[in-house]
Write a protein that binds this ligand. Sequence first.
Ligand SMILES: [Zn+2]
Length: 324
Amino acid sequence: MDWFKRKKGISSSEKKVIPDGLWVKCDNCGEIIYRPELQKRMFVCGKCDFHFRVSCKEYIQYYFDPDSFKEFGKSIKPSDPLKFKDSKKYTDRLKAAQKATGLNDAVITGEATIEGQPVVAAVMDFFFIGGSMGSVVGEKISRAIERARQKQIPLIIVSASGGARMMEGALSLMQLAKTSAKLAQLSDEGIPYISILTDPTTGGTTASFAMLGDINIAEPGALIGFAGQRVIKQTIGQDLPEGFQRAEFVLEHGFLDMIVSRQEMRSTLSRILKLLQPSENKKTKKKTSTQSQSRGESNEKPIVKKETNSTSTENKKLPHESKT
Ligand SMILES: [Zn+2]
């Protein structure tokens, strides 16, 4: 569209005031959208419902109550144990990403509320080296899971990731096992975990925590998969079906529970959290039961199973439950 292109050589004092990229072209339908308008619509195209990729800061703003997000784990910073270098040094890539995003690494963790309900949250940022999962991402997510377990409040992880971070080699791969093991502990205690998969969620992230939610929710059109399409195509020697690895396709094939648009995510999460919450009565019991036993690393005794039976389970032995 010629009328839209800026012609070179025209100088005006106004030009300096106009922020870069005031108009945005929709990647899907090609519509030219006024950026402030797009911001109001949470970066969702008004014409075709395309969900633009946004940073973790936007997700925090969209999904949680205003000003409720209290960050923790901010001091954890990445290192370069392998002294990795490809076309650039890994340390240089880190520095550039830190400068561009204002983050230490590709995930931000904190406590927040969703319509007043407390949650522990980990939100990834695709703009930090492709949202890749290195040892810092793994550690921060593990700590978030641990906090949800200790505080007995639901966990929400928003994924936006290309997978494991190759610059940290096997250390990145170890994060798959680490986060998955932590989630298993959380599950043992009956604490809900909602996974939100945004565009893209692929590789090691999909192969670990992103697909382990009690409820897995995706944004419309999000790319979700393990290996890339080209690799799969070459391996099986066949053309892939239309819409392959898109959220709608993944839902149809049973790997997702629902697809929720960005604008409706907060209210949907709130409704799910209400449904998953134990009743007030049970909640008090649960707390008492947790405090009565050591709150350390041990989780040999599943708390939820216990508290449903009786308030004084310590003294009672139920016939169907052999006590260890
Ligand atoms: Zn569009």
